[in-house]
Design a protein around this ligand. Structure first.
Ligand code: PMP
Length: 380
């Protein structure tokens, strides 16, 4: 559509008109009975999205970084140690965050584009004492999908808190809170869930809540889950004014997720990822992430030799499509394409056509139509 932009970055993702309509409803009192019902519904739907029956969800105004902070600050005391499994920029963010609270960290860092083997986690746990382990399910900088089910086998029956960052995964990639024995699943609204940014979303296990309760206090006020727990058990209560419209939009986004069905939604993300990659490869483009651990929610793609990053993204923008640049060691060398949330075949085809035209304009020869021809049979 003229004057419309297709935002194909790894979050925020395009927001469905039904969700935008919920956002645009008149703002009501945070204790209005109809809003309290919406809030309760969002808590329930978020809990089932995370595949837990006993986990306690928290919905708080903020974003993914606040949910990271809520996980760490409530479960790891200053002076205790945290083990960070890092697959890139957002894994490393846990080090920064923990350091701000005087929490010591060890890090198992994979080469960019590769995953930390589960055996390395087992070895680190055997050699040291940690209060908690953090894993980034999909690192948005490298496109790496962590082998969480394998880590879960290692963590089974262990005392360390198991914290999973699902910001770039939840609702696009399967996450099994109860089956994996997670203690915290933290996420945000603006990626595969398909709501606008503005929420910190966290689920705590029963034993994680007990761990927090065992501490007299934590070095936090807004991120202290004990202050939020009464509100999550009865959303008619007040601690800090909830973002009424954003929660109504989130509730609507969750209804879309559950109407599609979780397994169907994950399968659609898988098909879209396969189609996007077949299209890119048909244009001779190379993916950055190792083939064995590519996430279905985004692709990290090397820019062909001679194609300058800003020129590429500007030309894509002229076709109405926004993609993201590379981060860290691949800044200027790669671009990141989000393909998660409520997108379908139409968006994939538009992006591939725009990439083909952009490459052509920048002097790279591409067989016309090859990308769409390769992608089309794989599309949902
Ligand atoms: N974790 C991951 C994996 C992310 O991709 C992001 C954001 N891109 C964050 C955490 C931080 O979330 P936010 O930007 O919403 O604070």
């Amino acid at each position: 559509m003229i004057e419309e932009t297709l935002t194909m970055i790894p979050g925020p993702t395009p927001v469905h008109p039904k969700v935008l309509t919920a956002l645009a409803k008149p703002t009501v009192s945070h204790v209005a009975p109809a809003f309290v019902e919406e809030f309760k519904g969002a808590l329930n739907d978020f809990r089932s999205l995370c595949k837990t029956t006993t986990g306690q969800p928290f919905i708080v105004a903020g974003a993914g970084t606040l949910s990271m902070e809520m996980a760490v600050v409530n479960l790891v005391a200053p002076g205790e140690k945290l083990l960070v499994l890092s697959h890139g920029y957002f894994g490393d963010r846990f080090l920064d965050l923990a350091g701000s609270f005087g929490i010591q960290c060890d890090v198992l860092r994979a080469d960019w584009g590769k995953a930390v083997p589960a055996a390395d986690l087992a070895k680190a746990l055997a050699e040291n004492t940690y209060a908690a382990v953090t894993v980034t399910h999909v690192d948005t900088s490298t496109g790496t999908l962590a082998p969480v089910a394998q880590y879960a086998e290692v963590m089974k029956g262990r005392p360390e808190m198991f914290i999973l960052d699902g910001v770039c995964a939840t609702a696009g990639v399967d996450e099994r809170f109860d089956e994996w024995g997670l203690d915290v699943l933290l996420t945000a609204a603006q990626k595969a869930i398909g709501a606008p940014p503005g929420l910190a979303l966290v689920v705590f296990s029963e034993r994680a809540i007990e761990r927090r309760k065992a501490r007299a206090s934590v070095p936090a006020y807004y991120s202290d889950i004990m202050r939020w727990l009464p509100i999550m058990l009865d959303p008619g209560k007040y601690y800090s004014t909830p973002c009424v419209n954003e929660i109504m939009a989130f509730a609507e986004a969750l209804r879309i997720v559950h109407r599609e069905g979780l397994e169907a939604r994950f399968a659609r993300h898988g098909k879209i990822a396969q189609a996007v990659r077949a299209g890119l490869e048909a244009m001779g483009m190379a993916l950055f992430t190792d083939a064995g651990n590519r996430a279905d929610t985004l692709s990290v793609i090397m820019l062909p030799a001679g194609v300058e990053d800003m020129a590429f993204r500007k030309a894509m923008g002229a076709h109405g499509i926004v993609v993201a640049g590379g981060l860290g060691p691949i800044a200027g060398k790669a671009f990141r394409l989000g393909h998660m949330g409520n997108i379908g075949a139409g968006e994939v085809v538009s992006v591939l056509v725009a990439i083909e035209a952009t490459l052509g304009a920048l002097g790279i020869t591409v067989k016309p139509g090859a990308a769409v021809a390769a992608a089309a049979p794989l599309l949902p």
